[in-house]
Design a protein around this ligand. Structure first.
Ligand SMILES: [Zn+2]
Length: 344
């Protein structure tokens, strides 16, 4: 073979190769073309290299340089085509369908009872109350004794209270936080104490063995029942709406004297009577009263100098009447189909 014949073969390959490479539609086709062009056994480049050895010595340099240049060009084209085919194969396995509906994601939401607590806290925060918390496993003295429960009070019975030991209970109300706060901070005191409380009750439509409570306490010099009524009425109007009317009924709690329960006019029937208000036209919202002097003294305060008022409400009951839910167990069943309805 002469040099010119050899170079003609090289140029023929340089002319053919790009179209062959571009024509491959699959990785299998690409592999076949690659073998035909640069395969070690029978590739056209390998054939040329073999032919190169037979050329006259003085022609080898020029011929060799040209073959190597063509080989490099072909290999670069093969690499590029391989990358394109692989990218296409990957895309084909997960085709993008813009018409497919999106996957629904479960969004977390605030539990209806927590929603009530958050709103109550926010209203009292505006009035200058701060948050106070206490332990759920509480000393019996904090839960009963310091709150003026007489030693034979039925609430202290094992049938009503979950005892953890002789002097340790799961707190039956958030009122122990009153005592702990007054022991720790000098008046004026304005606190709100939300938290869970425990009773030895079975689940029924209106009872649960564990439920949330929100406690409020104000202690200062010259605090009167008028402050209690004004503050709680303001709260009711903020929480239930500006048109809300309230009424206070005499009640009894060991730790307040005098004591009262506050009702709000039923927002469903506007006082006419309905299932939500049990035909009474009123819904009981909270218990309240002037802090009993014995409670102030138990916390180390002079009851001649200081007076105060306190209230406690059950946000679960409030959530039930707000949403017209007939059974408290629905709130605690963790049924997503129910809770999903309160996503706001
Ligand atoms: Zn009603």
């Amino acid at each position: 073979m002469t040099l010119s014949e050899f170079l003609a073969s090289v140029e023929q390959l340089a002319a053919d190769a790009p179209a062959q490479i571009a024509a491959t539609a699959t990785l299998d086709e690409w592999t076949a073309v690659r073998t035909a062009l640069v395969g070690r056994q029978a590739g056209r480049i390998t054939d040329l290299m073999t032919g190169l050895a037979a050329l006259p010595k003085e022609a080898k340099r020029e011929a060799g340089q040209r073959v190597n240049a063509v080989k490099a060009t072909i290999e670069a084209a093969l690499d590029a085509r391989q990358a394109a085919l692989e990218a296409a194969a990957q895309g084909a396995s997960t085709p993008l369908d813009r018409s497919m509906p999106g996957r629904a994601h479960w969004r977390g939401a605030v539990h209806p009872v927590s929603q009530v607590i958050d709103e109550v806290v926010e209203i009292f925060r505006e009035l200058g109350f701060t948050i106070a918390l206490g332990p759920e496993a509480e000393g019996a003295w904090y839960n009963f004794g310091a709150l003026n429960f007489p030693a034979d009070h039925p609430a202290m019975d094992m049938h009503d209270t979950l005892y953890l030991g002789a002097d340790q209970v799961l707190r039956t109300h958030t009122s122990p936080v009153q005592v702990r706060t007054l022991q720790q901070y000098p008046p004026p005191v304005r606190i709100l104490a939300p938290g869970n409380v425990y009773r030895r009750d079975f689940f029924d439509p209106s009872h649960a063995p564990m439920f949330a409570q929100v406690e409020g306490l104000v202690v200062d010099e010259g605090v009167t029942f008028a402050d209690l009524k004004a503050t709680l009425s303001h709260f009711a109007r903020r929480f239930f709406g500006a048109e809300t009317t309230t009424r206070f009924r005499p009640s009894f709690f060991p730790f307040t004297e005098p004591s009262a329960e506050m009702d709000v006019r039923c927002g469903v029937c506007r006082g006419a009577g309905c299932g939500v208000c049990k035909q009474s036209g009123w819904i009981e919202i909270l218990g309240a009263g002037m802090v009993h002097p014995a409670v102030l003294e138990a916390a180390g305060l002079d009851s001649e100098t200081y007076t105060g008022w306190a209230f406690g409400m059950g946000p679960a009951r409030t959530a039930l009447s707000r949403h017209g839910i007939p059974d408290i167990r629905i709130l605690y069943d963790s049924d997503v189909r129910v809770l999903d309805q309160f996503v706001s």
